[in-house]
Write a protein that binds this ligand. Sequence first.
Ligand code: FES
Ligand SMILES: [Fe+2]
Length: 443
Amino acid sequence: MIDVSELVRPDEGLINPSIYTDPEVYELELERIFARSWLFLAHDSQLPKAGSFVQAYMAEDPVLVVRQRDGSVKAFLNQCRHRGMRICRTDEGVARAFTCSYHGWGYNLAGELVNVPMRERAYHNEIDPAEWGPRPVPRLHHHRGFYFGTWDEEAPPFDAYLGDMAWYFDAMADRYDEGLTLVPGATKWVIDCNWKFAAEQFCSDMYHVPFSHASAFTALVDDPGVVARMTEAQLTQPGRQFSGNGHGSGFGLRPDIVPHQVGPEFDAWLTANRERIHGRLGEQRARNVHGHNTVFPNFSWLDINNTMRVWHPRGPGQMEVWAWTYVPKGAPEEAVREIRQATIRTFSPAGVFETDDGENWTEIQQVLRGHMARRTLLNARMGLGHEKHGTDGMPGQVTDDMYSEMAARGMYRRWADLMSGLTWQQIAELDRSRQREEEVRTP
Ligand code: FES
Ligand SMILES: [Fe+2]
């Protein structure tokens, strides 16, 4: 039996590193975190027409997300009910139906079993196809072009689940009049580390940037003085961090939304569209909410680098990253090319920042092979007791520095709530009482 209070103590900023290595913890995560949370499945631009489909994962469970003839979207477990083969083995495409490649059971776009070969001879007509369709994802939600799904009928509605994070999410998803589009295809690769290192870093960690990425800044910019200047800017720039419902966002307060440092064409496009962007989001939000983000548990994005990704768990010591580059719909081709190139250089399997991050995570995972290392508590106390509320009219719990681990503690708090087996209703009550306590503490 797992005692979750032995694993993380968010209020004291303590992490037992066995949460990154213990197979029993991992199994429980699949059940209590991933089978109960809202998970990112697909973006509208991946499903342009009836029959468009894309593979996704909900943790280790493969699912197929399909645009229906009526324009709606359905998702179902990509598992044939005959012997469990993947119903569709293609990453994405357009289909009229799906046929299992093992014995040929056939499914329609809605995931209903519609054809069983040799139904009379082999099954004596005794099989009822209505009973043997793949398991549907029972709840889907469409938020500003993004489809999320959950297996859990008891999970709060998506809007309540997202909570105040919606304001930060929409600063990305709702930034441009025409919306976003994903550059076709996902980049997928494996990193030998626990998924929480990545989810937590994107949720909460600006602190590593001036140190871990100092060499990346040198590689990117052909100017010997740049590291000192960039590091100086990183160290002195004011910023904010948001935490709520396990989600997190952090950003430096920016003098303006341009220059974006992606390239001259994209900068020019942003400048030309500045009024419209400010009009949609409000000037402060458009300028500032532009940093690192995680929607609990494993969907993250970086506004500055136009990358979004899911950290699919693959056992305690491994994850599979699925990353997409997103661009404003309707941006000129040359601007899109610049964004793609900048994303490849920074956040892709060989990107200069990505490899810095992966190096840290795999190294920690290696250290945690040690018997003693796995039993030695880690410090997540940055800013503990100094959290502020409602800084600058930003919604939710916002602290007045981007160098904080408030959001990491928030993520582990939600993780612990779910891992303890509390119902969503109990968690909601707990959240309310926490908020009351917090209001008493910081009026
Ligand atoms: S496993 Fe799919 S038809 Fe047999
Ligand atoms: Fe990083």
